[in-house]
Design a protein around this ligand. Structure first.
Ligand SMILES: [Zn+2]
Ligand SMILES: [Zn+2]
Length: 266
């Protein structure tokens, strides 16, 4: 069994993860992975935007932590990446980030469906009380489509994140998914199978099987990510994710070096 790379993990710099990159790397080797990538929450232009990401002046420190893991574990391939929040209007900031270090890939993620509501934030659960889930899904997937269209990201993260706490739209969202996946295909974005959903109330990998099936039909490539916020989560539930991907028809996943894609069987 050749494990696909785990391309989604965090560091304590984001203020809601534990363990240094060296600890994640050690665990990755213990579970038999050969390649991982760090993709911590990128800084925003304004450090006071929220409280769950690194500050601007910590970006170099982040890179150095990842470099240290690379030095200490030469037998493990370790990629340098970021999980970058996509909000409309942030494009030039994201371009600025892109030239600051030799990144291997950017995961473009939508957490914010407005300037102030990050849908996956447990402290903002009350926001859901006044919202129709279908409206949230609509805004979310519109932003995801815009993110894909920017061409700024190799991977789009956790594509149906609003389901995290168990909310589900009553209406069929297939047209939203189609539009997003068409944009992903056109602009060369992969989507990730993110196993963190299995550890949340939704108890399901991001994205759902129906979205993944559509993605396969359209030829949208995939990556795998645990979205680890602790070393013990690295590679977690990859067996389930691989099984789902196989059932849908996928045999290849992407690898990224210096923002160039290649594919390998898994
Ligand atoms: Zn996080
Ligand atoms: Zn995320």
């Amino acid at each position: 069994m050749i494990w696909p790379p785990d391309y989604h993990m965090h560091t304590p710099l984001c203020r809601h993860a534990v363990g240094e990159p060296v600890d994640y790397a050690r665990h990755a080797l213990e579970v038999g992975l050969t390649e991982i990538g760090f993709s911590d929450h990128s800084p925003m232009q304004r450090d006071d935007f929220d409280d769950w990401r690194m500050r601007n002046d910590q970006l170099d420190e982040y890179v150095e932590k990842v470099r240290r893991a690379q030095r200490e574990f030469p037998q493990l391939t370790i990629r340098l990446a970021l999980e970058v929040d996509y909000l409309p209007g942030h494009e030039s900031w994201i371009r600025d980030l892109a030239v600051r270090h030799p990144w291997d890939y950017f995961i473009g993620s939508v957490h914010y469906v407005s300037e102030t509501w990050d849908v996956d934030n447990p402290n903002k659960l009350s926001q859901w009380k006044n919202r129709d889930p279908f409206e949230v899904w609509t805004t979310y997937f519109e932003r995801l489509t815009l993110a894909a269209e920017t061409g700024l990201f190799e991977i789009i993260g956790h594509t149906d994140l609003p389901k995290k706490f168990g909310h589900r739209p009553a209406r069929d969202c297939t047209p939203l998914y189609e539009k997003f996946l068409n944009a992903a295909k056109k602009h060369g974005c992969a989507i990730e199978l993110n196993t963190a959903g299995l550890r949340k109330d939704c108890r399901e990998i991001y994205p759902s099987r129906d979205i993944l099936q559509l993605a396969f039909q359209k030829g949208v490539p995939i990556t795998f990510g645990s979205d680890s916020h602790a070393p013990g989560e690295v590679g977690l539930n990859f067996t389930e994710a691989i099984q789902l991907a196989h059932e849908v028809g996928y045999r290849e996943s992407c690898r990224f070096i210096a923002r160039k894609r290649s594919v390998a069987n898994f």
